[in-house]
Every structure is written in C-alpha cells, then in structure tokens.
Design a protein around this ligand. Structure first.
Ligand code: PHE
Length: 457
C-alpha cells in the first residue's frame, strides 16, 4: 500500500464537502436535539459551544495533521509515526468505536427509511401528536420491520464502499447537502411561527445554570465529539486523502462552523414545535421522529415535504456511515493485507449483528441492560462519552508531547506557505487545555473528584 500513490480528493470544494458529509449527519439532526432536550436546553447548548471551541477544533486540526502527514488509516498512522510503540492503540480505539457507532447509527438511519416509506404511502398525514408518538413506539419496538430497514441501510453502505460509487455519492451530496440546509431553514421558519413557539426558543437559548451538573457536561462533550466525528480516526482517514495544498486549519474551521450551524438549525426547527405540540423535550431518541411529522402536517403538501426531508436526512446519514465504515474497512484492508471487498464484508457482517441487537433492545430486549442501559444506549454511551473523548485526549497527548513542534507547524502551514496566526494558541489548547479538561470531566463523572475532595475536608 505504502508504495502505491494514495488517491487524493479531486477539488478543494470536494475536500470540504466530503469532510462536512462525514461530520453532518444524524448526530446534528437526530442526536443533538434529543441530547439538548434531555439535558435541560440552553445550559447544555452553552457548554456544547465551549467544548466545540476549546476541544473540538484543536482535536480536529490535530487529526488532520496526523492523517495528511502519515497518509494511512487510523491505526496504521501511528505505526508510521511512532513505530514500535503503544500509540497505535489510539487507532484501534477508533476502529472499535466505528464498529460500535455503526451498530446503533444504522438503526436510526433505518428509521429514516421507514419514514420515507410512510411518506410515500401517505400514512403520515392527518394524525395527532399522540398518534405520531404511539405509532413510533409501536414501530421501533417491533421486531422485523425496524430490523429490515437497519439491514437495508447497512447493505446500502456496504454496496457503496465496495463498488466505488462513492464518487457518485460525493457528487450527489454536493447538491443534497445545500438542499438539506435550505430545508432546515424553511422548517425553522415554520416552526418558530407556530403558537407557543417562544417557549421552545427560550428553552434552547435562555440558560438555566442550575441545570448544569457533571452528567450534562459529559453529555455536551460527548455530543461535540460525536457531531464533529473526532476522536476516532475518521478525520485521520479522511485527511490522509487530502492534497498537499489543502489548507488544514481553514478546512477544520469551515467544517466546525458548518456542523455547528446545522445543529443549531435543527434545534430551532425542533424545540418550538416540541412546545407547541405539547411533546416532552426529554422524550429521548424518538424526539425528532415524533416532532417533525407534526411540523410537516402544518405545511401545504405536508407529505411531499416529509418525503423530501427524510430522503435528505437519509443521504446525510449515508455520508456519515460511509466514513465510519471506511475507518474499519481501510484498517482491515491495509493492516491485514486483505482484499478490500472482503475486508468490507467482515465489517458489514459485524455491524449488522450489532445493529440487530440494538434494534431489538428498543423492544423485546429492553429488559436486558448493561450498566443499567439498553444495548442501543450502551453503544451510544461508550462511544460518544468514553471512546471518542478518550481517543481525542490521547491524540492531543501524543502530538503535544511526542511530535516536534517544527514538524507540526510545517505540516499545518503547508511548509510555511499558508500562515497559521494562532498556532501558539492552538498548540497550547491542544497540548494542555484539551487533555486536562477531558481528563477532569472523566474524573468528575466517575465521582473521583468528590472522593479527592473528601480527603481534604
Ligand atoms: N458526526 C456524524 C454525525 O453527526 C457521526 C459520526 C461520528 C461519523 C464519528 C463519523 C465518526 O452524524
């Protein structure tokens, strides 16, 4: 592999769009509103912003550095940069995280397919808010139907990964991403003009600081990592395809801003409607799926709106599942010298098995819990709240303490040709602030800080 010239992304716009495609997905439109709802609204949003700026951006730039410098997959990158050391564990952490995320992501992506189907068969119109809620629970706790969609979505990802039609998807997403953005804006306008919409906006933007506790902080950090696709080598893998002249800092900034913007739009679209239709903001993973159809019902030709919206959401999910699958496939393919198609098959089969269990854990396997969490929630918890921040922390420690500053700066400035005005600030955040903050949030969540405080009292 290393002797062959690695393919690179075609155009500058292609670089940004592919990376945005990886970052923007269900994390912004499904997970962000439900996390915000479950964690008290505006106070969560505020901490989320702090995490994006202080942790997200520095980690993203650092992943870009590792990827383009090594030109390898997530695990292989560390074998090249730090041969014979244990740093490659960061890569393995990422490969496993990709597996686990796909294990529940495909289930939710499958739900979008069900909604496309329902829009096509016109079964979404004329229902009340309670009926949407009841029907969703009935559907998601079922056996065959949600599994069917989960498997179908997994197969779609698999076909794209092995057939190399990724280019087509990238090209399609150049049109579909902006279209999704436009739809979100229109739906926001519809949502904020509903009766009682101001309550939703207040919930989203007027912080109640008494709601902040360690679990809210951990959730906000987890959401920042999940949404930006950082801490697991996805962006290492993607940036290994970047060209020599790609401006890494600028790309990171653009991706971060776009990703955050989409999440905020999703929040503005959801919460006014949540309050207007009397839905509980703490409803959990179903929040978006029980709220949105109500909004569509308030639009002329509601069925058509929901059809187009869920197709766009499905495509946004697909560009993320492709990137997740790519992390695992590139690893198995390059490190085990296995045929790419065979590597992809192994990954897909593993992911499907996880997907079946996490889908069933919404229904008949609900009682079987791990640390008090259903299998679906468990996969979500260990990836977003543990594996990604841990990966991000180790990435920062590795580059901060093991990589020569000059090498870092040379790569991030394209050998001095593009200036990096805030390099020192970035380096300080990456080396000290990010690892310490992530470490403290972990310690706090584990209750260790309380124990240490107890010693000094
Ligand atoms: N960021 C993606 C989303 O918001 C999910 C993802 C996480 C993709 C980690 C790749 C890696 O949907």
């Amino acid at each position: 592999m290393s002797t062959k010239k690695r393919v690179t992304f075609g155009s500058k716009l292609g670089v940004v769009l592919a990376t945005v495609g990886c970052a923007v997905g269900l994390g912004n439109i499904w997970r962000f509103p439900y996390m915000t709802g479950a964690n008290g609204g505006a106070a969560f949003l505020l901490i989320y912003f702090v995490c994006i700026i202080c942790l997200g951006l520095p980690v993203m730039i650092t992943e870009f550095f590792i990827g383009r410098k090594s030109r390898r997959n997530a695990a292989g990158a560390f074998k090249v940069m730090a041969p014979g050391t244990k740093w490659s564990l960061i890569g393995y952490n990422g490969v496993f995280a990709a597996f686990f995320i796909l294990g529940f992501y495909n289930v939710v992506a499958g739900w979008t397919l069900e909604y496309i189907y329902q829009a096509l068969t016109n079964s979404l119109s004329g229902k009340s808010a309670e009926e949407f809620q009841r029907d969703f629970t009935l559907f998601s706790s079922g056996i065959f139907r949600p599994i069917f969609w989960t498997v179908l979505f997994g197969v779609m990802t698999h076909v794209i990964i092995v057939s190399g039609v990724k280019k087509g998807i990238e090209r399609a997403s150049k049109i579909m991403m902006p279209l999704l953005f436009l739809f979100l804006v229109i739906l926001c306008v519809r949502s904020v003009t509903l009766p009682d919409a101001s309550k939703g906006l207040e919930f989203l933007f007027k912080p109640d600081f008494s709601k902040i506790n360690s679990s809210v902080v951990l959730s906000a950090m987890g959401q920042a990592f999940f949404s930006l696709s950082i801490g697991m080598g996805c962006l290492i893998t993607y940036s290994s395809y970047f060209g020599k002249d790609t401006n890494l800092q600028k790309t990171a900034l653009e991706v971060t801003i776009l990703d955050t913007l989409v999440a905020i739009l999703a929040g503005v679209m959801i919460f006014p409607a949540v309050f207007s239709f009397g839905i509980e903001p703490t409803a959990g993973p179903e929040l978006v799926f029980i709220t949105l159809p109500n909004v569509f019902n308030q639009l002329p030709m509601g069925g058509l709106w929901s059809l187009i919206f869920f197709i766009l959401l499905g495509v946004a999910a697909l560009t993320s599942t492709i990137s997740l699958h790519e992390v695992a496939t590139a690893y198995v393919h390059e490190e085990y010298h296995m045929l790419r198609s065979r590597a992809a098959l192994w990954v897909s089969v593993g992911v499907l098995i996880l997907g079946v269990f996490s889908s069933l854990s919404m229904g008949i396997l609900k009682e079987y819990t791990i640390f008090g969490l259903t299998f679906f929630d468990f996969l979500d918890y260990i990836t977003a709240k543990i594996m990604l921040p841990l990966g991000g922390m180790m990435i920062c420690i590795y580059v901060g303490f093991r990589v020569d500053r000059k090498i870092l700066k040379a790569e991030l400035t394209n050998e001095g040709t593009t200036p990096f005005y805030f390099f020192n600030t970035y380096a300080f955040f990456m080396k000290y602030i990010a690892p310490i903050a992530i470490g403290l949030i972990f310690l706090n969540e584990l209750g260790l800080i309380k124990i240490i405080q107890g010693f000094f009292e």
